[in-house]
Design a protein around this ligand. Structure first.
Ligand SMILES: Cc1cc2nc3c(=O)[nH]c(=O)nc-3n(C[C@H](O)[C@H](O)[C@H](O)COP(=O)(O)OP(=O)(O)OC[C@H]3O[C@@H](n4cnc5c(N)ncnc54)[C@H](O)[C@@H]3O)c2cc1C
Length: 451
């Protein structure tokens, strides 16, 4: 038979006979009918292919037009978590443990977001005044597991703000996500929410197979940048903030500067690997959603880092210092922040305000800082249903985002969002109507500290 005579269904039959994408790995839960919709006009590897079915974009009177075409549904799930950083991984793991069928989607090939891809290695905000441990639940579990792994943490989290190793944490997340039985799609960049009126029903993703859809009963936007809540029509703010690029340098422990040598700039903070330091960068204020800004900063930050490392190497005793790596992911701190049912304020945190829907507690950056409560309403959009956020896009005024955006509150809000979404699925309610006493009970079962 001539290959051009084959229909798409024929191709899929052939694919499912062979080692088709994901088939037999026990990793994806879709059935064959769904798989049938999945492929985008491509033939199996090694065969002649030509796209005759999906019309490409066309130029019309100087405008670029994207034609409408149906999008294949790759999967259907209870809880769809979009973005596998601190908040998203916590949300997915905690939702799966609470009994939901969970799908986690991430644009890159690894989990951890800014911690692993951005090389942000210092864990902040799990302790408050008087060394009170407020980061428990999934936070403490992760810290405990990391400290048991070779080079996981560089110090005791009960007494300090430890630094974590990015590769160890990447591996731990793979382990925890696998244990929880979560369906995973990596290399999948979420584009748009799928809306049914005011209710979010999932999202579509760009992949190398073309756009794919995942339908969900509940969706959690943990992209950090609110990509999905923005597309769903949720009210939000767009903020500019410092955009830096972190790097790691090596051989620092073996530096032998002659007495009186001035310590060079840019030696950074320790890591669990002896002699390797991570070097933070504030960077200029910019819009972390703007692709031109991001492209320019990727270029100029690398030049600056290179120059800084050469300056260190030109310092007597530091000649053998070397650049281990620049972060694969640029350090975007804050972009879109949800305007939620409740927006957190610094005054509330400083005054120790109690919330009747408290879902977790934050601590200090460094030093002394009283514990502060996080209300569930800061994760819920004002008008759109069955969509939550967590992590650095959680609703907070700018000064309060400073506290909310660090790693531990991202784990804390992620855990709460995962639990709340699961209860909404179990009870068939909108996520904004989740019964707080039931949510509190589940969070306490998952060992979250609620004061
Ligand atoms: C330079 C810098 C230094 C910092 N220093 C510290 C520090 O010392 N200590 C501290 O505690 N905190 C620090 N922070 C803050 C902290 O690291 C982050 O705010 C926190 O890790 C954010 O977690 P998150 O899960 O909300 O977002 P992210 O870590 O940004 O995770 C979002 C995830 O979603 C994915 N994603 C994004 N868009 C899409 C999409 N459309 N489709 C699919 N996937 C998508 C991303 O790839 C990523 O994996 C720092 C931040 C920066 C940038």
């Amino acid at each position: 038979m001539n290959y051009s005579d084959l229909t798409r269904r024929d191709w899929m039959k052939r694919l499912s006979l062979g080692a088709g994408f994901g088939v037999g790995l026990g990793f994806w839960n879709e059935n064959e009918a769904e798989a049938d919709l999945r492929i985008r006009n491509d033939a199996p590897p090694g065969q002649l292919a030509q796209n005759l079915e999906t019309p490409p974009c066309r130029l019309e009177d100087g405008k670029i037009i994207r034609p409408q075409s149906p999008i294949p549904k790759i999967s259907e799930t209870d809880v769809l978590v979009i973005g596998g950083g601190a908040a998203g991984t916590a949300a997915a793991i905690c939702a799966a443990r609470a009994g939901a069928k969970v799908t986690l989607v991430e644009r890159y090939g690894y989990f951890g977001g800014l911690i692993t891809g951005g090389l942000v290695l210092k864990i902040l905000s799990h302790r408050a005044t008087g060394n009170q441990l407020v980061g428990r639940g999934i936070t403490e579990e992760m810290l405990q597991r990391l400290e048991k792994m070779p080079n996981g943490l560089d110090s005791d989290y009960r007494k300090t703000e430890p630094n974590v190793d990015a590769e160890v944490y990447k591996y731990l997340l793979v382990e925890m996500i696998s244990e929880a039985g979560i369906d995973v799609y990596l290399h999948s960049w979420a584009l748009d929410a799928i809306m049914d009126g005011n209710t979010c029903r999932g999202a579509i993703f760009q992949t190398k197979m073309g756009p794919q859809a995942i339908l969900a009963k509940q969706t959690i936007d943990t992209t950090g940048d609110g990509d999905i809540f923005a597309s769903a029509g949720c009210e939000h703010e767009i903020r500019t903030y410092w955009i830096g690029l972190v790097h790691r340098i090596g051989h620092v422990d073996r530096a032998a500067p002659p007495a009186g040598t001035k310590k060079p700039r840019g030696l950074g903070d320790g890591t669990p690997i002896p002699g390797v330091q991570w070097v933070n960068m504030s960077g200029p204020d910019g819009n972390g959603l703007d692709v031109v800004t991001l492209s320019k900063l990727e270029m100029s930050h690398r030049k600056q880092i290179w120059k800084q490392v050469q300056e260190i190497r030109n310092t007597p005793g530091y000649e053998k210092t070397f650049l281990v790596e620049t972060a694969p992911q640029i350090g975007v701190r804050v972009t879109r922040v949800l305007r939620a049912v409740h927006n957190m304020t610094l005054a509330d945190a400083e005054n120790g305000r109690k919330f009747e829907d408290c879902i977790g507690i934050g601590g200090a950056w460094f030093g002394e800082h009283a514990a502060w409560e996080i209300p569930y309403k800061a994760l819920i959009p004002k008008t759109i249903d069955n969509l939550l956020t967590a992590g650095r896009s959680t609703a907070a005024e700018p000064k309060m985002s400073e506290l909310v955006r660090v790693i531990v509150p991202c784990w804390v809000t992620g855990q709460a969002a995962g639990c709340a979404a699961t209860l909404a699925v179990k009870n068939g309610t909108a996520v904004r109507n989740v019964d707080y006493p039931e949510l509190r009970k589940l969070l306490l079962e998952q060992k979250v500290f609620l004061g």
